[in-house]
Write a protein that binds this ligand. Structure first.
Ligand SMILES: Cc1cc2nc3c(=O)[nH]c(=O)nc-3n(C[C@H](O)[C@H](O)[C@H](O)COP(=O)(O)OP(=O)(O)OC[C@H]3O[C@@H](n4cnc5c(N)ncnc54)[C@H](O)[C@@H]3O)c2cc1C
Length: 370
């Protein structure tokens, strides 16, 4: 039976997208968040929309498909969500690094991904602001972009309201009532909200939320941080949307993009920093390293360090779909949720409202862990 009323817990980019797609399909939606839309991992995210680093091929295809859905999703949100295209560039500085880069390009090309190598001269011509150093190989991925996940989440919540749904903010869900393998209601603040179907999209808190419904959801979360600079007056890049520094150097691995207000987001640093909670010193150090590659940032200062827990399932791949043991609870727990948000929202709405099982989601069911 098609559920009439669906409660979505979590108004990040993933829960927001699901709630929006459900509301757009005519469901009665209640979207609940403990805080404000997009202020969990989504706000901290590097927000690179890509299939470049996604393996194996099936998972790459899932991301690729979602990447191609982003424009349509953004159009339907009827808001400026900072969607920026232009592609991704990276390069190597050693012979081994060049072999690795070329071999990945060849693999991605065999999968039909729009990526190709550039000569050092072509790269330098394309991005005159980058100080490449001694380049051994360069790749350019045409299809990649980035977005402002907070704006997406806010737009989703706004569209849910516009479409007749209810959005409850600053109110954590503290209990989920379950009996006979069926979830009936959620307790949020002093309200008990009944629902035919309940979506768990609490980001890194999803395993805890699942526990409230008696569902075991494994967890391999990690910490992540991004550093935001003060705005630059000039564009940092001439063409590309995102840049990754050489991975074959021991001291540096930076992901860099410019946000629509001119500020620059830096993610990464020494390999060890990737997995730690960033500190102010880390931020200053990252900025210093970034200037080495991009002298155009030298006028900027660290404005903010954002920190979050990354939602990561045990094998690193998404958990999507109804839980077998509580059949009307739908789980959406994933890393790469920015790349995947349009697909997860659209596919979840089909599975929840139409009772369909989407083949492309079969490898991502919770049951693979049991
Ligand atoms: C540093 C970093 C870099 C990243 N880079 C990329 C990237 O380049 N590309 C990419 O695709 N992905 C990237 N990711 C991953 C991506 O950001 C996440 O997969 C995505 O943001 C998850 O969205 P979400 O909506 O599931 O979770 P969140 O954004 O965390 O939202 C979950 C929401 O649930 C709410 N919530 C939790 N518990 C409760 C409760 N009990 N009651 C009510 N509400 C609750 C929270 O308040 C929060 O708003 C990155 C993540 C990090 C941290």
């Amino acid at each position: 039976m098609r559920p009439e009323h669906v409660t979505v817990i979590g108004a990040g980019i993933v829960g927001g997208s699901i709630a929006f797609h459900l509301a757009e399909r005519g469901a009665e939606v209640t979207l609940i968040d403990a805080g404000q839309p997009g202020h969990g991992a989504s706000r901290v995210s590097f927000a690179w929309i890509n299939g470049r680093d996604k393996n194996p091929r099936g998972y790459h295809e899932l991301n690729r498909r979602s990447q191609d859905m982003w424009r349509r999703f953004a159009d339907r949100l009827e808001a400026d969500v900072g969607l920026t295209w232009g592609g991704e560039m990276r390069w190597s500085v050693t012979a081994d690094g060049a072999d690795e880069l070329r071999s990945r390009v060849a693999e991605l090309q065999s999968w039909g991904y729009p990526i190709h190598t550039l000569s050092p001269e072509e790269a330098a011509e394309m991005e005159q602001g980058i100080r490449f150093g001694d380049v051994t190989a360069v790749s350019f991925t045409d299809s990649d972009g980035h977005v402002d996940p907070v704006r997406v989440a806010v737009a989703c919540a706004g569209r849910v309201r516009q479409l007749g749904g209810e959005v409850i903010l600053d109110t954590p869900v503290e209990a989920i009532a379950v009996s006979d393998g069926h979830a009936h209601s959620v307790q949020a603040g002093d309200r008990e909200i009944e629902a035919d179907s309940i979506v768990l999209a609490g980001g890194a808190a999803s395993p805890r939320l699942a526990g409230l419904a008696g569902i075991e959801l494994g967890d391999a979360h990690s910490f992540g941080s991004t550093t935001i600079t003060t705005p630059l007056e000039e564009p940092l890049f001439s063409n590309i949307a995102a840049m990754h520094t050489p991975r074959d150097l021991p001291d540096s691995l930076l992901n860099i993009r410019q946000l629509s207000d001119g500020s620059v987001m830096i993610h990464g640093g020494e390999h060890g920093i990737m997995g730690r909670e960033g500190s102010r010193d880390d931020g200053d150090q990252l900025l210093e390293e970034a200037v080495r590659w991009l002298p155009g940032i030298s006028g900027a200062e660290v404005a903010e360090i954002r920190r979050a827990t990354r939602p990561v399932p045990p094998d690193g791949h998404p958990v999507l779909g109804f839980a077998r043991d509580v059949g009307n609870v739908y789980i959406a727990f994933t890393h790469s949720g920015v790349s995947l948000a349009p697909l997860i929202g659209e596919f979840a709405a089909i599975e929840i409202l139409d009772g369909a099982r989407i083949e492309a989601l079969e490898p991502y069911r919770l049951e693979r862990f049991t």
